[in-house]
Ligand binder design. Structure first.
Ligand SMILES: Nc1nc2c(c(=O)[nH]1)N[C@H]1C(S)=C(S)[C@@H](COP(=O)(O)OP(=O)(O)OC[C@H]3O[C@@H](n4cnc5c(=O)[nH]c(N)nc54)[C@H](O)[C@@H]3O)O[C@H]1N2
Ligand SMILES: Nc1nc2c(c(=O)[nH]1)N[C@H]1C(S)=C(S)[C@@H](COP(=O)(O)OP(=O)(O)OC[C@H]3O[C@@H](n4cnc5c(=O)[nH]c(N)nc54)[C@H](O)[C@@H]3O)O[C@H]1N2
Ligand code: SF4
Ligand SMILES: [Mo]
Length: 667
């Protein structure tokens, strides 16, 4: 007899959906949306449904593996854990604990996935990664401007007159917001999409604005300039609640609208239109993450924040500079879970440059690496160097469900459970503010074990087992502690499956900002020269690097795939994935290319090959290859991308990437 149980999507995604999972004979057989989830309301995407395949696939890792003379052999958990623990003890004595690097990413939104940090802190503190490939530049930017990165609650969209979707691929990456956009449009809201690619969201827009990649900050500057010319700015907000406006005015005085138009490839008329839209309040701005993955990414988000501030769309219903919603994650007690105070030593490498840092590390060198919830060989930029680094360390341990490109390089591969095989709580700090309960629904196959079990076993062998002598429920209750006073407990979550967290639904309504001045800061007060807004452009652009732009004339975007969360699904598709190279019409014309042609795309960092698809409406000189594709299917695209960091040091420059391409014969 099958039964239907409520659960939650674990994937790193804006939407954090509620599931109804059908189970038959201890097996997940179907995943559907939970109609009772207040935000996701019964609809889920293909990636959510594919979790059934991710759970049941015969490609799952079922036993610990050890590489012996270049090939993997199956070993017992006992042997794997004993050997890894012995190495950890030896490294601690011989080199110090920071000779261990913990490389991790965001593959799973479960709260208990953070217990790996508890393990490494109790061990003594290792080399950890800082920054984020994903949203780092923009988060830091909003911290400078507002003191935090908070968004309006999803249903506030129905208070907006105008909705600007700025570089967010809503229909593909944030489907429940797309549903709300359709509804808002029906109710009369005007939707404007700004994106170099004419994506599915652009199709429902009242106006689609195409822009040269990486130039959005300049566009925002142009719109502010027009607002000031028209006298359409919110003088009261600027005077009462902001700091550094004079610096912004001075910056804008140094550039003409025509210059901005030439650089952004957006007409002056469009900037005037947008100035009027921003003045016609309330106007909501929804930024995506694509446009901050450029060297100037922090400044880009800051100039868009500035536009929202100048127009007085901050702290009002239907407005907002919506980028991320960190207040969701800030609701939980993570310090108690991760025990940061327990580490005695500490070293940090940039997540972008982790590979270069490993290769040049001294005092101590990296002797051992752990990869959890990440697949750096496909996801981290400049694959060539990543491969060198990950192959160079004496011991690489990868904890995963599949033999990924990264796992292939490992000395030990430890098989872990999927979400339906362990209990956890799930939330996303990107969009809505509900936390979902995910029960254990089925037994894990083979010898796959939860990440938490692995850390507990290792902790016992290393002599700090008492720090892990808690049940999953106790760990979860620990993180829910601050929410008790709001009536949010594990017991209640188990009954209700999803609960609303106590966040600000219209952030900054009180105009009290968390910046040093307490105001919105056009000039980030404590950042010195760096705190001034600029008219920065991407590194790999004709404006900054004309020689490179001559050699490599086209801008490569590597956006998120429709049918996979990053690298998680390609190997499970019914049809073998083909590398698709989407190009703007002018590139096809210049290079004599047609749909289906096989091409090589290259720059100084590497090359990949794939099949052409011409995009009629993409911005000239722009191409795209979806990210996440595995080596066996001609990937990864990160062979082409750069590991440089953004202006504020905390983000990636994955889309700041010039390339050339040519037709080659298909072998
Ligand atoms: N299907 C699917 N959904 C996902 C994911 C996935 O892998 N697959 N991943 C999840 C994760 S981890 C994240 S971080 C989010 C990301 O969600 P999004 O921010 O929506 O997605 P991205 O693919 O990062 O890029 C978004 C958009 O930015 C545009 N863009 C690129 N450069 C520029 C630019 O210079 N200016 C402007 N205006 N636009 C630009 C791209 O054309 C694209 O439409 O999606 C989440 N949802
Ligand atoms: N070129 C390019 N590169 C990009 C991006 C881009 O837009 N373009 N986007 C960037 C962004 S936004 C992000 S967020 C990163 C994502 O980068 P990653 O998080 O590294 O990518 P994923 O493919 O989602 O997941 C990595 C691995 O985690 C495993 N995994 C899943 N669940 C668990 C679990 O519970 N435990 C353990 N131990 N492992 C698990 C999966 O099987 C998978 O192999 O990629 C970044 N890289
Ligand atoms: S991947 Fe995102 S949209 Fe799809 S089911 Fe999961 S949370 Fe929902
Ligand atoms: Mo991400």
């Amino acid at each position: 007899m099958s039964q239907v149980r409520k659960a939650a999507c674990p994937l790193n995604c804006w939407d954090s959906c509620g599931f109804n999972v059908t189970i038959d004979q201890d097996r997940v057989v179907k995943i559907e949306g939970d109609p009772e989830h207040p935000i996701t309301q019964g609809k889920i995407c293909g990636r959510g449904r594919m979790l059934e395949t991710r759970t049941n696939s015969s490609k799952r890792l079922l036993h610990p593996l050890k590489k012996v003379n270049g090939t993997f052999v199956q070993i017992s958990w006992e042997q794997a854990l004993d050997e890894i623990a012995a190495k950890l003890i030896d490294i601690k004595e011989s080199y110090g604990t920071t000779a261990v690097l913990h490389s991790h990413d965001y593959a799973n939104n479960g709260i208990l996935k953070n217990v790996d940090q508890r393990f490494f802190n109790c061990y003594g503190g290792v080399t950890e990664l800082y920054g984020s490939l994903c949203w780092g530049a923009g988060i830091e930017a909003q911290k400078w401007d507002f003191g935090n990165a908070w968004s309006h609650e999803p249903n506030d969209i129905f208070n907006s007159k105008n909705i600007i979707i700025w570089g967010r691929n809503v229909a593909r990456t944030n489907m429940h917001f797309y549903e709300k956009l359709l509804e808002a449009k029906k109710q009369g809201a005007k939707i404007i999409v700004i994106d170099p690619l004419y994506n599915a969201t652009a199709k429902i827009a009242d106006e689609y604005i195409t822009i040269r990649p990486g130039m959005d900050g300049l566009l925002a500057a142009g719109i502010i300039k027009e607002m000031l010319r028209l006298g359409a700015e919110d003088r009261y907000f600027i005077e009462q609640f902001t700091h550094g406006f004079a610096d912004l005015v001075q910056l804008l005085d140094g550039v003409s609208l025509e210059q901005i138009s030439e650089m952004t490839e957006v007409s002056c008329g469009v900037m005037t239109t947008l100035a009027n839209v921003y003045a016609d309040k309330p106007t909501a701005t929804f930024m995506g993450l694509g446009m901050q993955r450029y060297q100037n990414g922090g400044n880009t988000i800051r100039l868009i924040d500035a536009l929202v501030a100048v127009s007085g769309n901050i702290g009002i219903a239907g407005g907002g500079a919506n980028y991320a919603n960190l207040q969701v994650g800030q609701s939980f007690a993570f310090a108690e879970l991760t025990l940061t105070h327990r580490r005695k030593q500490h070293r940090q490498f940039s997540i972008m440059k982790q590979a270069e840092e490993v290769l040049k590390a001294t005092n101590p060198e990296i002797k051992m690496m752990f990869v959890t919830c990440g697949n750096p060989l496909t996801q981290v930029p400049d694959t060539h160097v990543v491969e060198q680094a990950f192959s160079s360390v004496p011991t690489l341990v990868v904890v995963d469900q599949y033999l990924t490109d990264t796992a292939m390089l490992a000395d030990y591969v430890l098989p872990t459970t999927t979400a339906f095989e362990e209990e956890d709580l799930y939330y996303s700090s990107m969009y809505h503010h509900y936390v979902n309960y995910g029960p254990k629904l089925v037994a894990a196959p083979g010898e796959a074990r939860p990440d938490l079990w692995i850390w507990t076993q290792l902790a016992e062998r290393l002599g700090f087992g008492e720090d892990f002598a808690f049940s999953r429920e106790e760990f979860l209750e620990m993180t829910l502690n601050p929410l008790k006073e709001n009536g949010i407990t594990l017991e209640k979550l188990k009954k209700e499956h999803t609960m609303e967290l106590p966040v600000k639904k219209v952030p900054w309504h009180d105009r009290k900002f968390q910046t040093p001045s307490g105001k919105f800061e056009f000039t980030a007060q404590q950042k010195g020269q760096q705190g001034l807004l600029t008219l920065a452009v991407p590194d790999e652009s004709k404006w900054k690097n004309p020689k490179l732009a001559e050699k490599y004339p086209y801008s490569l975007l590597t956006i998120h795939p429709l049918r996979s969360n990053h690298s998680q699904n390609y190997h499970l598709w019914a049809r073998e994935p083909k590398m698709k190279v989407e190009i703007a019409a002018n590139i096809a014309e210049e290079r004599g290319l047609q749909n289906g042609d096989f091409v090589k795309i290259w720059n100084d960092r590497g090359e990949v090959k794939g099949f052409i698809e011409i995009l009629a409406k993409a911005h000239p000189n722009t191409l795209n290859i979806d990210e996440g594709i595995w080596r066996e299917f001609s990937g990864p695209v990160n062979k082409l991308t750069s590991s440089r960091e953004t202006d504020n040091g905390l983000g990636s420059t994955l889309y700041d990437c010039l390339v050339d391409l040519e037709k080659v014969s298909y072998q």
